[in-house]
Design a protein around this ligand. Sequence first.
Ligand code: ADP
Length: 255
Amino acid sequence: RFTGTLEINRKDEIGQLAHSFQKMTERLSENDRIRKEFISDVSHDFQSPLLNIKGYADLLGNDDLSEMDRKNYAAVIQSETERLSSLTKQLLLLTSLDQLESPLHRKYFRLDEQIKDTIRKYRWLSEEKQISVSLELDDIEFIGDPAFLEKVWENLISNALKYTEAKGGVDIILTDHGDHVKIEVRDEGIGIAPEHLPRLFDRFYRVDESRTNKIEGTGLGLSIVQEVVELHGGNVQVDSIDGVGTTFTVTLPKM
Ligand code: ADP
């Protein structure tokens, strides 16, 4: 007897089929919800810098502007353009990670060298804020996708520097554990309150705008970190004490 809905508790094949259809439908509507939320977040994040650029560009057209105002308006346009550019780059990176087949191009490279290069890239920031960066890196020959993994270190290290007050400290430790490697990025920064930890790796999630709104960011960095690390079969963990500091620990299996 068919009643219009399939009973999903039935133990036979029909029951199993009904159960998998039910799961598929749930997953599809969940995907749909995530997709809509994503588009709305992206639109919002593009909209506000674009409005600023338009506003200040209009003001620049004003004939009786002081030299000082002109410089300030141009600076806002410049920084908002940079924000749009980094947002676009991160979105493109996320799109390339979302490919159905594995997007990874693995090869041999020195992980410790890559981490050192990344720290060098952010020396302007550590020096500007007088943050002391200490390193303990084992020599590690690793097989993985160097281009994507570079983004992991860039995001974790730039976050540690961004969310640490001037004159604080950041420690980066890379250890060889035989069948896996561990990378810890520790900072003495503003920390993260426990209620934010469950959503920290979500796309566009940023903690408490009032505290971090002066710090540039897109909320995409940690979602990229997590996706790249998981594609390599590893995991990323965060331990933080609000107001004391944060440690991100990445574990990657060796192939
Ligand atoms: P963002 O571009 O905003 O830095 P992320 O995805 O990299 O985006 O990080 C998400 C949020 O997590 C940040 O906005 C910040 O609130 C918080 N966060 C990330 N790293 C740290 C850290 N080392 N210390 C304190 N807060 C952090």
